[in-house]
Each structure stands twice: as C-alpha cells, then as structure tokens.
Design a protein around this ligand. Structure first.
Ligand code: FMN
Length: 337
C-alpha cells in the first residue's frame, strides 16, 4: 500500500507535513538547499526582528513612540551581517534556489513603521509570512486586554498590507487561549503556529546573574501544543502548525491526529541534522502502511473525537483523574522508601 503524505497549509499544496521551522539552519542558501534535499516540504526562514529593522532604517524610533524596547540589551545590530536588506536578498536567493515554498518570518511585539517590511518580503517573493508575536509583559499596569488588543491590531495591520497568506506564531500564555485564537483568526491570521518557544533563563548561584537555559526542546514539550490543537481543531476556520517538541515519527503522527496541518521542526534538525527529515518520512510512511489511514488528509483531527462533546468537562475530568490516581504508597515504594 502506498500512502499519501501530502497536506495543505496556508493554501499551499505541500508534499508532506514536515516543515523546517525558523532556525539558523535557514540562514544560508546551502542550509536551505539541504533542507529541501532532506525532504522538507516548506521552509520558514529565520526571523527578521523588528529591532534589526528599527536599528537599520528608523533608529530615531527605537524605544520612542514604539513598543519595541530600547536596544540596551540587544546584540550589536551594527555588526549584523545580514540586516533588513540582506534578509530580502535571502528570500530572493532562496526562491531561485529551491522549489518548495519559502515562508518569511517577522518577529516583533507591536506595529510601527517597520511593518512595511511585510510588504517588502512579499515583493521579494515569499510565498507566505509568519508573524512571531514574541513579547513578555512586565509592566504591572498593562492589562491582559491591552496586550491582546495590541496583538489583534498588529495582525490586522499586517493583514492589510499583504496579499500572501499570513501565519501567526503565538505563546500559550493567554488567560483564554481559545478566544485569543478566535480573534486572531478574525483579525486575519490564516494559520496559527502553536507555540512560540520561550527561552526561560536559569539563575547562576555564583554570580546571581541570569544564564541561558536549555535552548533545544525534547518530546515532552510536545504535550502543550498537542493539547491545544486538539482543543481548537474544528472550532476555528484556520490552519494549524505544531511547533515544539517534534523529535520522532510518533510525535508527528500525534500532531496530525489532533489536527495539525503541518509540524515544524527546529531542535531535532539542529541536533541531528536535516537528514532526520527523510528518516522521519520513511518511518511515518511505514507506520501508516501498517496501521492506516493511508493519507495524512484522513488522519487529520481524528483524535479530537475523544474530547469533542464537552472539551471543558473532558479536560477537567482528565486533570482530576491524573491527580487522584496517583497512589503515594506506590510512588514511595518506587524510591525504596
Ligand atoms: C537556535 C534556535 C533559533 C530559533 N530562531 C527562531 C527565529 O528566528 N524565529 C522564530 O520564530 N523561531 C525561532 N526558533 C523557534 C523554532 O522555530 C521553533 O518554533 C521552536 O524551537 C520549537 O520547535 P522545536 O521543538 O522543533 O525546536 C528558534 C529555535 C532555536 C532552537
């Protein structure tokens, strides 16, 4: 039996559900070619950051009349080897070098003059744009409502600037993620990318300074986006990309069963090389041949039926069951106590 791995994402017909997530692997044209050769069905380029654009084009605006913070803690963008124009060149070069879709990535916290780059990446030939809404509110007077409104306005503004499909990569930390997702789709998101990976620093006990925590994910990180796509699938007219914790073929299968159109990989490819894509595709095909269904399209969203009738009650019941089923006697005996 031959299986059909094709899927659709952002209106693009993709040969399989393995997309290279934004990462340094797409910083060079050699890296982009390698990802295509390994079997990636599309590539999200590494991000162009609002701060990079502001430093290069609108330095007078940085930190003034813009929610982008002052550059004090940022890397020295004057040593930025690429810069915003270089990023546009990268898109043009990538489009000439590979046949798979190229998704550009802009990363910022709020609109400003810099969002014109949404138009520029479209003009440079990007097949779609992914907007990464990475921000961590730290102001005690800033309400959740205001943060969310800023994000909706941001998405609406960018949607108005471009014709190409728009994906929005978000964090899991909203008090009502379903409502947030619904309103982002209303504002113009054609896809939701769940979730942004937050680099949570650790603390060095010698210096009391924050230090970089682990940057790469593991399969355990999959459970958060898996749960949320399962809950959101079927409730919104949008595509879903699952990013975070895809390391094995089983991770990919789970993502598809809960309703993801595509999975996006960074850590696994950084750790073990782009050729992992080919291995995963072979393993997925083998599993589908043995278990069915025979196509990704038929697989998508099948697992949702378990929670669909009353998702809130299902979640609550699962939570209570997990807590109450823990037997302290067994847990202690595991430790020889
Ligand atoms: C070294 C590194 C660089 C990354 N750079 C970007 C980036 O430029 N823009 C972005 O949106 N995400 C970036 N990410 C996040 C990844 O695209 C991905 O969403 C995240 O790592 C979760 O997927 P994973 O578990 O497969 O790593 C980066 C991740 C890593 C590890």
């Amino acid at each position: 039996m031959s299986v059909d791995l094709s899927t659709t994402y952002l209106g693009l017909a993709l040969k399989n559900p393995l997309v290279a997530s934004a990462s340094p692997l797409s910083r060079t044209v050699e890296g982009i070619r390698r990802l295509e050769e390994a079997g990636a069905s599309a590539i999200v380029l590494h991000s162009l950051f609002a701060e990079q654009i502001l430093m290069a084009d609108y330095p007078h605006n940085l930190g003034v009349g813009s929610a982008e913070p002052a550059p004090r803690y940022f890397p020295r963008w004057d040593r930025d080897p690429i810069g915003p124009d270089g990023y546009l060149d990268e898109i043009r070069l990538a489009k000439r070098s590979v046949d798979i879709p190229i998704i550009a990535s802009l990363n910022g916290t709020s609109p400003g003059e810099w969002v014109q780059y949404a138009r520029y990446v479209e003009e440079a030939g990007a097949d779609a744009l992914e907007l990464n809404l990475y921000s961590i509110p730290t102001d005690i007077h800033l309400t959740g409502e205001a943060v969310e409104q800023r994000h909706f306005d941001f998405v609406r503004e960018i949607r108005g600037l471009i014709q190409i499909p728009l994906a929005v990569k978000i964090a899991p930390f909203y008090s009502s993620l379903p409502n947030m997702a619904h309103r982002l789709v209303e504002a113009g998101a054609d896809s939701l990318v769940l979730f942004n990976r937050f680099y949570q620093p650790d603390l060095d006990l010698e210096t009391l300074r924050p230090v970089m925590g682990p940057v790469l994910s593991n399969s355990g990180d999959l459970r958060l986006p898996l749960r949320w796509i399962a809950l959101l699938y079927g409730t919104l007219t949008t595509d879903f990309a699952l990013t975070g914790g895809i390391h094995t073929y089983r991770d990919v299968l789970k993502a598809l069963f809960v309703g993801a159109n595509v999975t996006m990989l960074a850590s696994e490819l950084l750790e073990n090389g782009p050729d992992r894509i080919g291995e995963l595709l072979r393993e997925i095909s083998r599993w589908m041949e043995q278990h069915g269904p025979e196509s990704v399209a038929r697989m998508r969203g099948q697992a949702r039926q378990f929670s669909a009738a009353d998702p809130a009650a299902f979640e609550r019941a699962s939570y209570t069951k997990a807590i109450l089923s823990l037997d302290p006697a067994k847990t202690l005996s595991h430790r020889g106590m």
